[in-house]
Design a protein around this ligand. Sequence first.
Ligand SMILES: O=c1ccn([C@H]2C[C@H](O)[C@@H](CO)O2)c(=O)[nH]1
Ligand SMILES: [Zn+2]
Length: 137
Amino acid sequence: MDKKTVINVLIDKAKDARKNAYVPYSKFKVGAALMTDDEKIYTGCNIENAAYGLCNCAERTALFKAYSEGEQKFKALAVIADTERPVSPCGACRQVMVELCDPEMPVYLSNIKGDLLETTVQELLPIAFLARDLHEK
Ligand SMILES: O=c1ccn([C@H]2C[C@H](O)[C@@H](CO)O2)c(=O)[nH]1
Ligand SMILES: [Zn+2]
């Protein structure tokens, strides 16, 4: 699949997944779609909770779904919401991306009106705290 197709397919899937968002508190629906190296797609939406701190973002839902199914190699992630600028992932999701994805993996940020911002995991979280920092002196 060429890059343009990957982007279009992922944004379409993210848009579909966004419909499943459970957002009684923020009313802010987000969808995500993650493609594995062998081009399988895992989607996610945000799922909130009356205990607000338990809210899970769309990006982490997709990443955790995929990883829990045994996937470890990811090609790209797309995220969509009804925002003025392309939706920007929160810090928690950026840290999870750094842990589970290649630093160079493309992340496509979009919105319902069709804007697209192409970035990467390392651009989203430079100078990240990494597993190796736990051990290196
Ligand atoms: O990139 C983002 C930004 C926010 N949210 C969710 C978290 C919460 O449910 C709601 C408002 O912050 O949107 C996501 O899922 N992804
Ligand atoms: Zn998040």
